[in-house]
Design a protein around this ligand. Structure first.
Ligand SMILES: Cc1cc2nc3c(=O)[nH]c(=O)nc-3n(C[C@H](O)[C@H](O)[C@H](O)COP(=O)(O)O)c2cc1C
Length: 140
């Protein structure tokens, strides 16, 4: 059974390039092995990530990620059963989120993923991907 999980969290301290590279490297090997795909969105003091895959694999990875001390306030926004992957071509892709991005501002002036509906959060991620991002992609 395929699922899509979306969570939001707050990085502890500044997000360095090294930290991001490490996460992407991990994703490249681990997610590929576990057949997990998705995107990681970072910026404006937030991380938002979508994980897609078999339910049990997604649960295992999510538990690992939750235990990671590089972030806090890890909050599950949604877990839905899906028939098709939306981000099937990437074991992980990185996109940047800026709350000052005119696109985000215009469509979602008060955007705060901790209070937004998962639908709005996913809509933002979709828009970010369509408009030039992602920056880095780790192909499956
Ligand atoms: C925001 C964030 C997203 C992450 N995403 C993934 C991921 O998609 N896949 C993965 O294997 N690790 C991911 N990690 C890393 C894991 O939390 C964890 O550090 C890693 O799986 C530990 O692997 P190790 O025990 O082999 O060192 C992420 C970490 C953070 C902070």
């Amino acid at each position: 059974m395929l699922v899509r999980l979306l969570y939001v969290s707050r990085p502890v301290g500044p997000v360095t390039t090294t930290m991001t590279s490490l996460i992407l490297e991990k994703s490249k090997s681990y997610n590929k092995k576990e057949n997990i795909t998705g995107i990681l969105c970072q910026g404006s003091g937030l991380w938002m990530q979508i994980l897609e895959g078999e339910r049990s694999q997604v649960n295992v990875l999510y538990s690992r990620i939750m235990a990671d001390r590089n972030h806090q306030n890890v909050e599950l926004l949604s877990l839905e059963e899906i028939t098709q992957r939306r981000f099937g071509e990437w074991s992980m892709a990185l996109v940047y989120l800026s709350k000052d991005d005119p696109l985000v501002k215009m469509a979602h002036p008060e955007f705060d993923p901790y209070s937004a509906s998962a639908k709005d959060a996913i809509a933002i991620l979709d828009e970010l991907i369509k408009t030039g991002s992602p920056i880095v992609t780790m192909e499956t």
